[in-house]
Design a protein around this ligand. Structure first.
Ligand code: FAD
Length: 314
C-alpha cells in the first residue's frame, strides 16, 4: 500500500487518475481537482482531489479496493444538500452515485426499487404515477436516496425508514449485503450503519390511493414548505432540534435572524437556515454556526448540535 501524499500535486493526481481509468468501465466518470461548491446546495467549499462517479456496483467495489491500496480516504457525496464542504476541499476520493446506472427506479406493485443515486423528488413522483401514497414527503427534500437513507431524512411527520422495506449496501471491502429494515438500527436523522457502509439502494413501499388524494397531499406539503423556507442556497436545517423547542424558534427568540458574517446569513424567514447571499465562503458559514451555538449556550445553556455534515479541510 502506498501512503497518501498530503499535497497531491497535479502530476501525481493525473497519474492516479490514469491508473484508475484503466481499471474501470468507460462510462465511469473520473475527474481531478473537481470543484465541489457546484455539487452542494449551499454552494460553498473547495475541490475534491479525485472525483469518481461509478457506472456500476462492480466499478464501485473496484474503486474502494483501489483507494485502500493507495491509502486514499473515500468520502461519499449524495446531492450535497446536507453538507458544508470546507474551503480547502476534500482530500482523496469523493464518490458520487448519481450515474444513471445507479439511480434507477423500478416500480413493482406497491414497491419501488430505488438506486442510491435517484433523486427523492423522482421517487415521490414515480410513486404518484403508480397511484401510491406515503412517499409525498420526499418530494421537497432536495437529496438522493443514498443521502436520505444515511440521514434518515424526514419531513411532514414522516421519515425515510418508515417507508423502507429493504436496504442494499456495500461494505468497505466491496461486499454487497441486502437486509430487511427490521435488521437495521435507525435513529433520528441517522442510520449508523451507513457511516461505514455505502447505501446502494432501497425498496420503498407505498399504499394504494387515488391520484386526487396523492396530489392534495403533495400540494399541501409544497405550500407549507415554500412558505416557511428561504429561497436562497442553503443546506436545509443547520442544527438538530433542541429537546425543549424547535431550533428555528430558539434562534428567533435569541434575536439572531438576519445576523450575517461575510456572505452567510441566518435566514429572516426560518432561524434554523443559514443561507448563502451569493458570495459566502465555508469559513463565513462555519463562523456563523459558531456564533449561533455560542449565543444559545451563553443565553439559554443549550448546546446545539449541527444537523449538517461538515467535511473537508480549511
Ligand atoms: P448529502 O448531503 O450529499 O450527504 C449527506 C450525508 O450522507 C453525508 O454524510 C454523505 O457522506 C452521506 N451519504 C450520501 N450518500 C450516501 C450513500 N449512498 N451511502 C452512505 N452515505 C451517503 N432534510 C430532512 O431530513 N428533511 C427536510 O425536510 C429537509 N429539507 C431540506 C430543504 C432544503 C432546502 C435543503 C437544502 C435541505 C433539506 N434537508 C432536509 C437536508 C437534506 O436534503 C437531507 O439530509 C438529504 O437526505 C441529504 O441527501 P443528499 O443526497 O443531498 O446527501
Amino acid at each position: 500500500m502506498t501512503t497518501l501524499d498530503p499535497t497531491l500535486n497535479c502530476d501525481r493526481l493525473a497519474t492516479l487518475a490514469h491508473g484508475l481509468r484503466a481499471l474501470l468501465t468507460p462510462g465511469t466518470e473520473i475527474r481531478t481537482r473537481e470543484p465541489l461548491a457546484k455539487r452542494t446546495t449551499l454552494r460553498v467549499g473547495g475541490a475534491a482531489d479525485l472525483f469518481v462517479e461509478p457506472q456500476t456496483e462492480g466499478d464501485l467495489g473496484l474503486l474502494l479496493g483501489w483507494s485502500a491500496d493507495h491509502g486514499l480516504p473515500v468520502t461519499v457525496l449524495g446531492r450535497g444538500s446536507n453538507l458544508v464542504v470546507r474551503d480547502g476541499g476534500i482530500r482523496g476520493v469523493v464518490l458520487s452515485l448519481a450515474h444513471e446506472g445507479l439511480s434507477r427506479i423500478e416500480v413493482d406493485g406497491t414497491r419501488l426499487r430505488c438506486g442510491a443515486g435517484a433523486r427523492l423528488k423522482a421517487v415521490s413522483n414515480e410513486a404518484r404515477k403508480a397511484g401510491l401514497t406515503g412517499l409525498e414527503f420526499l418530494e421537497g427534500i432536495p437529496g438522493s436516496v443514498g443521502g436520505a437513507l444515511r440521514m434518515n431524512a424526514g419531513a411532514m411527520g414522516s421519515e425515510t425508514f418508515k417507508s423502507v422495506e429493504r436496504l442494499r449496501f456495500m461494505g468497505p471491502a466491496g461486499e454487497v449485503s441486502d437486509l430487511a429494515v427490521s435488521e437495521v438500527a435507525v435513529e433520528y436523522r441517522c442510520c449508523p450503519l451507513l457511516k461505514t457502509h455505502i447505501a446502494l439502494g432501497a425498496v420503498f413501499v407505498g399504499q394504494p390511493a387515488t391520484p386526487e388524494e396523492i396530489r392534495a397531499r403533495m400540494d399541501q406539503f409544497n405550500t407549507k414548505r415554500w412558505t416557511t423556507q428561504p429561497p436562497q442556497p442553503s443546506a436545509g436545517c443547520t442544527f438538530k432540534n433542541a429537546p425543549a423547542l424547535p431550533t428555528g424558534k430558539l434562534v428567533d427568540e435569541l434575536g439572531l435572524k438576519g445576523t450575517h458574517i461575510g456572505g452567510a446569513m441566518v435566514s429572516g424567514l426560518h432561524g434554523n437556515f443559514i443561507v448563502n447571499l451569493g458570495n459566502a465562503t465555508a469559513r463565513d458559514v462555519l463562523a456563523l454556526i459558531e456564533k449561533v451555538k455560542q449565543c444559545a449556550l451563553d443565553e439559554r445553556g443549550i448546546e446545539l448540535q449541527t444537523e449538517v455534515e461538515i467535511l473537508g479541510e480549511d
